[in-house]
Design a protein around this ligand. Structure first.
Ligand code: ZN
Length: 313
């Protein structure tokens, strides 16, 4: 946990994340590779990633459902296009169009799988390796939540105003979990910021970047900032020139590592009961200096026939 930073005598910043930020990292168009790399590698230069236990529980519960949503929307787009094509008066070239659509859909799925779904594992690794998990249930937190609940005005928690009726207590547990942790450890951090993007959970109605006025005092006493976007959190940390240089390097290496998604980079899974395909570069692991393929779907693994020596010489 920021051992590097502390070893250099620097006080780390604290980046506290809500579930929706982790989930958004799996969505195309929310955070690009640069943002993602800044998060995953950034803990060595900006500080510590802090995850409330309740957030970790929600992430573990939700993360596997996200792929299905994105694959569903790809299928929907393809069938929409198909409807249009079927309305065209001339049916000539129908086979070619079908084939093209099939290929497009395959590419779109691969592109999601190898650019975004792949982040799921990377986020899990990051949490396991580097994140500080803070408790969201103890006597202080429980008492704070109840005290807040019986207040005359308990917004933004425990209200149906603009909400879908989800369990409000979980947001309150996250909030007071942060307050409890920072009461004890605020001095260990330079800057601290909590990032959550769900409107109405912690923010003022109609102003997603502003913490709800009923919560303001708790955070301002501890000098904790609030925002709804990872990029503004990085900005708040004022990552300096070295960060900019690192950005450029990361961006370059990300470009070089761009995943190739054409058919020649894929082979079918060798488990005959599995219909999945594996990427010849991305879906490999090493044992006794040999490369093995591993299927993401059924976890079947087999010898690729290549060894590390082959790729060195
Ligand atoms: Zn398989």
């Amino acid at each position: 946990m920021s051992i590097l930073l502390r070893a250099y005598g620097k006080t780390p910043h604290a980046l506290i994340l809500d579930t929706n930020i982790l989930i958004n990292l799996l969505s195309p168009s929310e955070y690009d590779n640069k943002d993602f790399l800044t998060l995953t590698m950034g803990s060595t230069f900006f500080g510590e990633i802090i995850i409330p236990q309740q957030v970790l529980d929600e992430w573990n519960y939700q993360k596997d459902k996200i792929d299905a949503i994105h694959y569903g929307s790809i299928d929907k787009n393809v069938s929409e296009i198909n409807k249009f094509i079927n309305k065209l008066p001339s049916k000539s070239g129908k086979d070619e169009t079908d084939l093209m659509l099939k290929n497009l859909s395959k590419l779109a799925r691969r592109s999601y799988e190898y650019n975004y779904a792949i982040r799921k594992q990377q986020i899990d690794d990051l949490i396991r390796r580097e994140a500080t998990i803070i408790e969201t249930r103890n006597r202080y937190i429980d008492k704070s939540v109840i005290d807040f609940f019986i207040k005359k005005d308990s917004r933004p928690f425990f209200t149906t105003e603009g909400k879908s009726g989800k369990n409000e207590a979980s947001d309150a547990l996250i909030f007071f979990g942060i307050v409890d942790f920072m009461n004890k450890h605020r001095k260990d951090y330079e800057k601290a910021i909590f990032v959550s993007s769900n409107t109405n959970e912690f923010s003022e109605r109609g102003n997603p970047t502003k913490l709800h006025s009923n919560l303001e005092d708790y955070f301002s006493e501890l000098d904790i900032e609030f925002t709804n976007n990872l990029r503004s959190a990085f900005k708040y940390f004022e990552l300096d020139k070295s960060k900019h240089q690192m950005d450029m390097d990361l961006f370059k290496s990300a470009k070089e590592n761009e995943v190739y998604l054409t058919d020649d980079y894929f082979i079918p899974c060798q488990n005959k009961d599995c219909d999945n395909e594996v990427h010849i570069n991305m879906d490999t692991w090493v044992k006794y200096n040999k490369y093995y393929y591993i299927c993401r779907k059924c976890k079947h693994t087999w010898d690729s026939g290549d060894s590390i020596e082959d790729s060195l010489y």
